[in-house]
Ligand binder design. Structure first.
Ligand SMILES: [Zn+2]
Length: 348
């Protein structure tokens, strides 16, 4: 069911013809009604099958299960008269089917699955699926399969087993432990890979970045910046602090099941609590760059990426949207490759 949803709702965009046939037929029929009237010289003609398509569509978007779901009951039953007066677009009708499918999926899923679903529907979570097919964007079929399984909540392993890396916790069949396991340096490697991509992008944007400089905060000796920029935020120095977090850990998933982006927001808040005040006192803007393991970005991270994208556009002459999209895709692919390696290293 999740795979049939559009990317923006956590799906794979693999439509089921059974789900959207009625919506497509209705929108096509009513959007061409004026032309039909002129050709057939009849203002009352309705194509055969309209009533059965209406019944099919209405059952899909306002059935009893959908009404119980709350989110999906977006309207009363559509009628031929209403559609004739205000012809809907294909996008409108299919969107109604999607929202109902999303509501049903959420209703039928566990809290843990809901945490994953909401995360998979965040901004940025599908960037790796929309990446421009460039040589350095290539993903092995094995990594792609692992990443798809993570997104859709499909089993990675036949059974749960003691994690071969930390030898303390169970590797669940969905791979959630693998994404958070701190052994073998995999989490650090994932963090550093994303950090280095951010730094490289800042370098291309002519921001003169430095990686983890010492002595930014002279008194504490801490290193709040994964990437330090001499001028970025309103001309101020900026410390970018990258953090990758999972919405499916035991301590987070219950809240992440009802609040989209909860894990990223919590990670950003924790980073701010640690470093914001000290950086402000030093005249440095502290900017946490949080990403959830399924690819969704925190609010500050998105603002930072947009800003870097704008500066990349100034440097390259390409459009701001293209540079921002390309940057997000690059980071998203990096994250998914690292995730796949973590899951595969912890197979039975
Ligand atoms: Zn482990």
């Amino acid at each position: 069911m999740q795979a049939s949803l559009p990317l923006c709702l956590g799906g794979m965009g693999v439509r089921s013809v059974f789900d959207v046939a009625a919506a497509a037929f209705l929108s096509s029929s009513f959007s061409t009604r004026e032309l039909q009237t002129r050709i057939l010289r009849s203002a009352t003609f309705l194509p055969p099958g309209i009533q059965s398509a209406l019944a099919d569509f209405n059952a899909r978007v306002s059935g009893p299960e959908g009404a119980a779901a709350g989110e999906g009951s977006v309207h009363g039953a559509l009628t031929a008269d209403a559609l004739a007066q205000d012809p809907p677009s294909h996008h409108d009708l299919v969107g109604m089917v999607d929202r109902q499918t999303w509501a049903l999926l959420r209703q039928r899923s566990s809290q843990l699955d809901n945490a994953r679903l909401l995360s998979a529907a965040m901004i940025g979570a599908a960037d790796w699926l929309e990446a421009v097919p460039l040589p350095w964007h290539s993903v092995s079929s094995r990594d792609f399969s692992t990443a798809v399984r993570l997104r859709l909540g499909l089993p990675q392993h036949a059974t749960s087993h003691i994690c071969p890396s930390c030898r303390k916790e169970f590797c669940d069949i969905l791979g959630h432990h693998a994404l958070s396991c701190s052994s073998d340096g995999d989490r650090i490697h994932r963090h550093n890979a994303i950090r280095d991509d951010v730094r490289d992008s800042c370098r291309r944007a002519q921001l003169n970045p430095r990686r983890e400089p010492r002595h930014l905060l002279e008194e504490s000796g801490e290193k709040p910046a994964d990437v330090w920029l001499p001028t970025f935020d309103m001309g101020r120095e900026a410390a970018l602090d990258v953090v990758c977090t999972s919405p499916c850990t035991d301590s987070v998933y219950r809240q992440a099941a009802s609040q989209q982006g909860f894990a990223a927001a919590q990670a950003e808040a924790a980073k701010r609590h640690k470093s914001l005040e000290k950086c402000e006192q030093a005249g440095i803007s502290f900017l946490p760059v949080a990403v959830e393991v399924f690819g969704g970005w925190g609010e500050t991270a998105l603002a930072v990426i947009r800003r870097i994208g704008s500066l990349l556009a100034e440097a390259s002459g390409r459009s701001r949207s293209a540079e921002t999209r390309y940057l997000r895709q690059r980071l998203s692919l990096r994250l998914q490759r690292c995730n796949a390696a973590m899951v595969q290293a912890r197979g039975a």
